[in-house]
Design a protein around this ligand. Structure first.
Ligand code: SF4
Length: 307
């Protein structure tokens, strides 16, 4: 099995999201094309075959995007890269030339769409017109490479949490997409703020409403950072099953400050539980909440969420 590699190619971005988790790294230089090539080849040499996730920052805004796509295409043709996915806001993929270059190389797109309402999406990305560009890209990619190659990632924050179901319904009705990520934010960088991150208690009814909608429509969303107590009993089984099939055996490069990362280790050391969790029947299986959420909301009582 090819090793999963998550490669942050740099932190430049054309969005300026209010929940951005890399805002403390934007002063770092982006990797040069040469550095990216060397890094990819280093991982290939170490693991033989890799599955590559391109992320950042925003990889599609790079001036050398076409050269990068060509390089990866070559490594795919040699069988050294077995799968490529990209985490993107999609805006630049609304341009035909970039979309075509990506189409030859990218196997899966995780596109960030943070609201079904343009004004809210743009106020989250702090980039006017970003909703139009992102949705144009979704339309273009789903028409040319297939809707099954796209998932939508919505990061929950104070501006959008009440609209989760509407967001998935919009994407499902408008583009026919059936893959979504329901992602509770990691409160680091700009995101470390009660003004950005709602509490689990606040989001609970909307998460359940959104997940019910998804399951009723044959959609099996990826769920991130939502402990079992957030779900109502008939949806909790989905959360258990999801945890069983999730894979976080990922190695990566996180930029100059973080260097090489082992996401499995990072994940297990990054979580914490509240005192009251000790009496929870799911305590053993549950990962708890991000440490930073705990310090942002030290007086939460997660067990009270349990229905
Ligand atoms: S252990 Fe705590 S966070 Fe996890 S499900 Fe139970 S109450 Fe929730």
């Amino acid at each position: 099995m090819a090793q999963l590699i998550d490669l942050k190619v740099g932190f430049s971005c054309n969005n300026h999201c209010i929940h951005c988790v890399i805002s403390d790294k934007t002063d770092e230089n982006d990797l040069t094309l040469d550095e990216i090539k060397k890094m990819i080849d280093k991982y290939i040499e170490r693991y033989g075959k890799i599955q590559l996730t391109l992320t950042g920052g925003e990889v599609t805004i790079r001036k050398d995007f076409f050269e990068l796509m060509n390089f990866i295409k070559n490594r795919k043709e040699n069988g050294k890269i077995t799968f490529v996915d990209v985490q993107t806001n999609g805006r630049m993929l609304s341009n035909d030339d970039r979309q075509k270059a990506a189409e030859d190389v990218i196997d899966f797109y995780l596109i960030a769409l943070h609201c079904d309402l343009p004004e809210i999406h743009d106020s989250i990305t702090m980039a006017k017109g970003s909703f139009i560009q992102t949705t144009n890209a979704i339309r273009k990619i789903s028409t040319s490479v297939g809707k099954e190659k796209i998932a939508i990632q919505t990061v929950i924050n104070r501006k959008n949490y009440q609209r989760l179901k509407n967001i998935y319904k919009f994407v499902h009705d408008e583009f026919g997409l059936t893959e979504f990520n329901i992602t509770f934010p990691h409160p680091i960088g700009l995101c470390y703020s009660q003004k950005i991150v709602p509490t689990y208690k606040e989001v609970q009814p909307y998460v359940n409403e959104a997940l019910s909608y998804c399951l009723e429509n044959g959609i099996k969303p990826y769920i991130e950072e939502l402990p079992f107590c957030v779900f109502i009993p008939n949806l909790r089984k989905y959360a258990f099953d999801f945890l069983e099939r999730r894979c976080i055996n990922v190695i990566g490069y996180g930029g100059q400050k973080d260097g090489e990362l082992d996401y499995q280790k990072l994940f297990s050391s990054g979580h914490k539980k509240y005192k009251s969790c000790s009496i929870c029947k799911y305590n053993k299986k549950c990962e708890g909440v991000w440490k930073e959420y705990f310090s942002l909301y030290p007086d939460e009582n997660m067990i009270e969420l349990m229905h």
